[in-house]
Design a protein around this ligand. Structure first.
Ligand code: MLT
Length: 267
């Protein structure tokens, strides 16, 4: 069921399904909670699945000039507060959702029972990558989201998804094209300024499941594998034949890993 919650200068929209241990699904850039549709369906019979639209995305409002990863993590904590959820949750983030998960761990570690990290990294942007993000942020305010979709789509999916899974590609295209330009710009600036968590991975004292598409060119498997290796309690799996959007490209494989992990670690 779609719900809304007032935040400071914003309204957070989120899907709230099922009952049981709480799993929070945090979408990637510049998408919304619907990218988790297959996971929501698979998990909601045994878990309470909360999937927010991050600030400014989907039906949520409130993007300003910059939306930091910390601000997005604060919004997640506010959502849990608003729902009266005090037990530790499993936080599952894809890409930008993973950057938010690191901030949630740093600030709200006592509310975290387990982590699922999909197609993401702990390293910050290089100065060049950060500068490029700020450029894209300026451009999107004049040109709108269509050029963002055009440049991002080829990197989001494995080649075989373009051939055999065209529907999913088009779904993501529509999602990007309908995103709010301000939210895109604000998140780009926020990602450009995000912190480096690589040296802190050894302190992440919760069980973690790390997934990456074998064809991911945005967060390549070798980098994601190394990140998992630096986490004290992580399991790592490559999703064969999937790209950066592994949970959408191969929901069966991702859900099997997720369900096995949650059965063991979700409280
Ligand atoms: C995402 O999927 O959230 C983005 O690829 C993250 C990024 O641009 O670093």
């Amino acid at each position: 069921m779609l719900k809304t919650l007032p935040l400071d200068h914003a309204e957070l929209s989120f899907d709230d399904r099922g009952t049981g241990p709480v799993v929070v699904l945090v979408h990637g850039f510049p998408l919304d909670h619907t990218m988790w549709q297959h996971q929501i369906e698979a998990l909601a019979s045994d878990y309470r699945v909360l999937s927010p639209d991050l600030r400014g995305f989907g039906r949520s409002t409130g993007a300003s000039t910059t939306t930091t990863m910390e601000r997005m993590a604060d919004d997640l904590a506010a959502m849990l507060d608003g729902l009266g959820i005090v037990q530790p949750v499993t936080l599952c983030g894809l890409s930008m959702g993973g950057y938010v998960a690191w901030e949630f761990w740093r600030k709200y570690g006592n509310r975290l029972g387990a982590l699922v990290l999909c197609d993401t990294r702990a390293a910050p942007d290089s100065p060049e990558a950060a500068a490029n993000r700020r450029k894209v942020a300026d451009e999107v305010m004049t040109s709108g989201p269509a050029p963002v979709a055009e440049s991002l789509l080829p990197k989001l999916f494995a080649l075989q998804s373009f051939e055999k899974n065209r529907e999913v590609v088009e779904q993501v295209r529509r999602s990007i094209e309908s995103a709010d330009a301000r939210a895109i710009a604000a998140a780009q600036r926020g990602m450009a300024a995000r912190s480096d968590f690589t040296d802190r991975l050894g302190d992440v004292d919760v069980p973690a499941l790390v997934l990456v598409g074998s064809e991911d060119v945005i967060t390549p498997p070798a980098e994601v594998r190394a990140m998992a290796g630096a986490l004290p309690h992580a399991q790592f799996f490559e999703i064969s034949g999937a790209g950066h959007m592994a949970p959408l490209e191969d929901p069966q494989a991702c859900n099997a890993h997720l369900l096995a992990f949650l059965a063991k670690h979700a409280k």
